[in-house]
Ligand binder design. Structure first.
Ligand SMILES: Cc1cc2nc3c(=O)[nH]c(=O)nc-3n(C[C@H](O)[C@H](O)[C@H](O)COP(=O)(O)O)c2cc1C
Ligand code: SF4
Ligand code: SF4
Length: 272
């Protein structure tokens, strides 16, 4: 094989970490990372050769996150082997893997392996705290190694195709059912859930501005453009001073019941 590409959309960094861990299972190839977080990065066109291998990772919310149309539109395979992973917050990933499979095929990739891995919940870091732990990390590396062995053996077919992942949470299952009925509707967090403030702890370091996927932050005015904001929680999680705080009562209520319903530890799931 020619080159290993690590491609990810990871607002709070867990998915990037997972992609890099999967890549540790693959030895002997030059590596190039493509971070699709910024608007400028998604304006480019990325083409991959038949001899390359792509590990792709994305945050999910019962389906692939907002911007998945834009993200997949800039990736072009030429029967390029594709190892896809999603991370989710120990609740449910719904239709995310089957959606990734369809989108990757549509963009010219050969989907050899897919994996769903639990990471701490970016909207409430007490949920799935400490994940991925050492067992998860080992499973990510094993997944990468097995997927690469499969590709080297010339087998690019998924013999074990992902379906819909359901939840132990009644509200979660309603969301998943809705996603199944409206697979083409992009994920969008309701505007009422995006309310947040920047407190006086802000030191104007610019980290949040540099990592906002949609340029929605005006740090001088300490305001957010709610119409642009996709509610990815990246600014909240990346701020070194914890100066950005969600003020949405709705989010507080949703996350309380999500946390109460999602106490059972979920394990990684792989499909090859
Ligand atoms: C707006 C939003 C919605 C989310 N929805 C779900 C969900 O429906 N189920 C779940 O298990 N995790 C959910 N999560 C948690 C993320 O999928 C998880 O924390 C992921 O690892 C974050 O990836 P990142 O660190 O790369 O941004 C959601 C996170 C956000 C910000
Ligand atoms: S990351 Fe935090 S401290 Fe830095 S500019 Fe943004 S809000 Fe201020
Ligand atoms: S402003 Fe919105 S889109 Fe930008 S990083 Fe914060 S939550 Fe994400």
């Amino acid at each position: 094989m020619a080159k290993l590409f690590l491609v990810y959309f990871s607002p709070s960094g867990s998915t990037e970490k997972a992609v890099r861990e999967v890549a540790k299972g693959i030895e002997g190839l030059p590596v190039e990372a493509i971070d699709l977080l910024t608007p400028a990065s998604r304006k480019k066109r990325y083409t991959f050769a038949t001899e390359d291998v792509v590990i792709f990772g994305m945050i999910t919310a019962g389906k692939l996150f907002t911007l998945s149309d834009e993200i997949f539109a800039c990736l072009h395979g030429d029967n390029t082997p594709f190892i896809g992973i999603i991370t989710y917050g120990n609740g449910y990933y719904g239709i995310a893997l089957s959606e990734m499979l369809a989108r990757a095929k549509n963009q010219g990739f050969k989907v050899a392996a897919l994996g769903a891995f639990v990471s701490r919940h970016s909207m409430d870091t007490a949920i799935a705290e400490g994940r991925p732990d050492s067992d998860d990390l080992r499973m990510m590396r094993d997944f990468g190694r097995k997927a690469y062995e499969k590709i080297l053996g010339g087998d690019m077919e998924l013999h074990n195709t992902p379906g819909t992942n359901w939840s132990s949470w009644e509200m979660g299952n309603k969301v998943i059912a809705y996603r199944e009925e409206h697979p083409d509707e992009p994920y969008a967090l309701p505007p009422s859930c995006k309310a947040k403030i920047i407190t006086d702890s802000c030191i104007k370091c610019g980290t949040c501005v540099r990592h906002c996927p949609v340029d929605a932050i005006d740090i001088e005015a300490k305001t957010f453009d709610v119409d642009k904001c996709i509610g990815c929680w990246g600014c909240i999680n990346r701020c070194p001073k914890h100066a950005i705080i969600s003020t949405s009562k709705e989010v507080e209520d949703i996350m309380r019941s999500f946390g109460e319903a999602s106490t059972k530890r979920l394990e990684p799931e792989i499909f090859m």
